[in-house]
Design a protein around this ligand. Structure first.
Ligand SMILES: Nc1ncnc2c1ncn2[C@@H]1O[C@H](COP(=O)(O)OP(=O)(O)OP(=O)(O)O)[C@@H](O)[C@H]1O
Length: 764
């Protein structure tokens, strides 16, 4: 070991040649470096052996492995490039899973084949000290062995085991330790059960893209335009929350390990696991950290400064690799780029854009060219109909921001210019002190034909919050806090006659301040009340009945969306998860009741969904009924099916009242009583917001006064000040409800599972 005070000994990645040459300590170097085989080679060779021979060799391998007293330092670079090496037959026949363990452990000197042309001198000079073999840690996936029992040395899998595994579930195979699911040519971990809802979301939770905005002035019938159906349009739209279902996030124990295998593993190395002695604590001094002496043979040394093997193989990995192979050189520019955009093939805009006209973004890309407008791309935050949102750092100021990179198509850019205008107005004119929960826009610029909007960076959206909560509802006090902030925001919008047009959980983000503070984002579909040009707006689950029926709309459509969002926050899943507009309307009507006849009379699209059953010319009072699924399918050549019901009860108040009480609430009678009172107030609050008649629907100002928000005593009845119920000329509620209810059987079948909605069974 050489001490060189002139070299930068603190830097484990030092490029100093002396450092490298003096790192090797001959005492601890095994003369037989391991040859690394590719997984394919291993599998191939293993599969061709007869089964009894495989078993015999596995045992031999296990025995030799446990007997080994020395470790070899393995140079992955040499091994990966040298093809002229003869493999040990033992290695070539080991089962794939075993070999993968061996590759990682570097602990098999006896079985290591020779490198004919390997330069041992280089290794002998090393001062990296390799400790003698010690007992491997117990396998945490074999839980029986974990608590104090000897662990199997490593996991072997015979073909028989693999077969049994596959018989048990053909989709799973044991891959060393974690359990993976195989799908096509990609391998991923067992799907998180909470992800099951996402698939449905892909087609249902989307907002409407500008190419699908249908102007009332051009064509009122969104279905007949271009001959495209809603279903066809949906396929072009994208999920706003970036799907995160492909991550390797679930590690599961193997599903099956035979008892024979366990016994054989036990017999290999039955040494008891040492558990460190626990001492009683008498004084503060006992809590002082104890520095153990540097264990002999347990440290690697770099120019007299000792570094641990951990540092040598993490922080100091580059130096370690350089020492292993003089030809190894590391340059960050050669690093593979992490692409954030999917699909990532360049199709348009000189190869900068993918097939969806999304800019292909990679980590460490720079957006913007001007001095103070250069942003380093760090990660993806979300994806939506209009483009992608990425976390970036201003190169000049180091400020972290969120940049929404809009698709390079004209219709998206134009609509986003409106978003910029509205946000500027909201930020600068309406809410200069940032008190009313609007997203802050800092800047906007063009980058390679993409409009980039620079926002403050926020936290999780409410859909992600629910998902993280395994689609269980949030507590009433949290719902109250979120609702009052949203109402405050909607008050500002209503006062200034601005319609958001796309309120949904994905567009409400926690600020990340830790105070359940939220902000409303995505004003890309917003408009002024006087310029409601489009009739195909709002994400379906949150779409108001007047928009579905084609009635002129106002800021009250945002109140409808708010009602749906609050109900979802309570229930954990959407209250009206319609699979089509017809299905959406059916769900709304069966839960809340019928719309007044004047709405049906007035709606441009009403005749798609309703049939007139009675017309009284004198009173001009018409009666309608919802079309049956068969009638609707025949008329429009659709394939609507009975929709699944996810709640045991039909109407809103029963759903809220009977929704599952958490175990904590059930334990405390006081909390239980309070919850029941809160639920009654919530139910009444929602009934005012989710009024089918937009003229009777409470305004945000009215809703803010409701006892659910103010937490005043709720007696069971409450009217907002100055509220006069509109007396419609609709058929009597009873008549209509009878019709609807008679139709209900044909529209719904009750779901016994919430598979499409949520991972857990929650029937109300
Ligand atoms: N400022 C921000 N900070 C953190 N995440 C953000 C921010 N803005 C947006 N996101 C994330 O990106 C997602 C998509 O953003 P946004 O809704 O603005 O895009 P969009 O293309 O308009 O989507 P949509 O399909 O809803 O119209 C959001 O759901 C959110 O998760």
């Amino acid at each position: 070991m050489k001490a060189d005070s002139s070299s930068n000994t603190n830097d484990p990645n030092s490029d100093n040649e002396n450092d490298k040459q003096n790192m090797w300590n001959p005492i601890f170097i095994n003369q037989n470096p391991v040859r690394y085989m590719s997984q394919q080679q291993q599998q191939h060779q293993y599969q061709h052996l007869p089964q009894n021979l495989q078993h015999q060799q596995q045992q031999q391998l296990t025995q030799e492995y446990s007997n080994s007293q020395q470790m070899a330092f393995v140079n992955p670079w040499m091994a990966a490039t040298d093809d002229s090496i003869n493999y040990s037959p033992l290695y070539s026949t080991a089962p794939p899973s075993t070999l993968s363990v061996l590759q990682e452990s570097d602990e098999h000197p006896q079985k290591i084949p020779c490198f004919d042309n390997y330069n041992y001198d280089q290794r002998r000079k090393s001062s990296i000290i390799i400790p003698p073999t010690r007992e491997p840690a117990p396998n945490p996936y074999l839980q029986e062995y974990y608590n104090g029992y000897p662990a199997p040395v490593f996991q072997l899998e015979t073909n028989e085991m693999m077969n049994q595994q596959q018989q048990y579930n053909p989709n799973y195979f044991i891959c060393n330790q974690p359990l993976y699911q195989q799908s096509g040519d990609s391998t991923f971990s067992i799907a998180d059960p909470t992800m099951s809802f996402s698939n449905q979301d892909l087609t249902m939770r989307q907002s409407v893209g500008p190419e699908h905005f249908i102007s009332d002035h051009t064509n009122s019938n969104q279905y007949s335009k271009n001959g495209k159906s809603t279903q066809q349009l949906i396929s072009y739209r994208r999920l706003s929350a970036f799907p995160q279902t492909n991550g390797f996030h679930t590690l599961q124990p193997p599903m099956y390990i035979s008892s024979e295998y366990r016994k054989s593993s036990m017999s290999v190395s039955p040494k008891p696991l040492m558990i460190s002695h626990l001492k009683q604590c008498h004084s503060k001094a006992d809590l002082e950290p104890v520095m153990n002496q540097t264990p002999k043979f347990r440290r690697a040394s770099l120019n007299s400064k000792t570094i641990s093997p951990l540092i040598a193989l993490t922080k100091g990995l580059i130096t370690t690799y350089s020492l292993c192979s003089p030809s190894f050189s590391y340059k960050t520019c050669k690093n593979p780029k992490r692409v954030l955009t999917k699909p990532s093939d360049g199709k348009f805009n000189n190869g900068y854009d993918n097939i969806n006209s999304d800019y292909i973004l990679c980590v460490n890309d720079v957006l913007g060219t001007e001095q103070n407008r250069k942003y380093l791309v760090l990660d993806i935050l979300g994806q939506g109909t209009f483009g992608q949102v990425v976390k970036c750092q201003n190169i000049l100021t180091s400020e972290i921001v969120a940049i929404k990179v809009i698709k390079s198509r004209a219709e998206y850019i134009n609509q986003s210019i409106t978003e910029v205008k509205i946000l500027k107005f909201l930020n600068q004119e309406l809410d200069p002190y940032d008190k009313h929960h609007f997203l802050r826009l800092f800047d906007s610029f063009l980058h390679r034909n993409h409009l980039c909007l620079v926002f403050e960076v926020l936290g999780k959206n409410l859909y992600e919050v629910l998902k993280q909560n395994r689609f269980h509802g949030l507590t009433i006090s949290l719902i109250r806090k979120i609702s009052s902030q949203l109402l405050d925001c909607l008050c500002m919008l209503k006062d200034n006659k601005i319609v958001h047009c796309d309120l949904k959980p994905e567009n409400i983000l926690l600020t990340g301040s830790g105070k359940s503070e939220i902000k409303v984002i995505d004003f890309g579909s917003s408009c002024q009340e006087s310029r409601t040009l489009f009739s195909y707006i709002q994400s379906r689950f949150y779409r108001s009945p007047e928009v579905i029926m084609g009635i002129p709309y106002s800021t009250s459509i945002d109140m409808w969306s708010l009602g749906c969002i609050i109900a979802e926050l309570f229930l954990g899943i959407p209250i009206f998860p319609g699979s089509s507009e017809f299905n959406q309307l059916t769900r709304i009507i069966s839960c809340i009741g019928n719309p007044p006849a004047w709405m049906i009379d007035m709606g441009k699209s009403s005749d798609k969904y309703f049939i007139k059953i009675e017309s009284d010319e004198e009173t001009e009072c018409n009666k309608y009924r919802l079309k049956t699924i068969e009638e609707y399918n025949t008329e429009f050549q659709k394939k609507e099916i009975k929709s699944k019901l996810y709640f045991k009860w039909d109407n809103l108040s029963d759903i809220i009242e009977n929704y599952r009480f958490s175990k904590e609430l059930q334990k405390s009678p006081v909390a239980f009583e309070q919850e029941k009172k809160d639920r009654r107030a919530l139910e009444h609050f929602l009934s005012g917001i989710l009024s089918l008649n937009p003229l009777e629907r409470w305004t945000p100002q009215q809703a803010l006064m409701h006892p659910f928000i103010t937490q005043q005593h709720f007696s069971g009845d409450w009217y907002p000040p100055g509220f006069i119920p509109h007396v419609g000329t609709s058929p009597s509620n009873q008549d209509f409800n009878d019709t609807i209810m008679n139709n209900n059987d044909s529209h719904f079948h009750r779901s016994n599972t919430l598979q499409d909605m949520s991972p857990t069974k929650r029937l109300g």
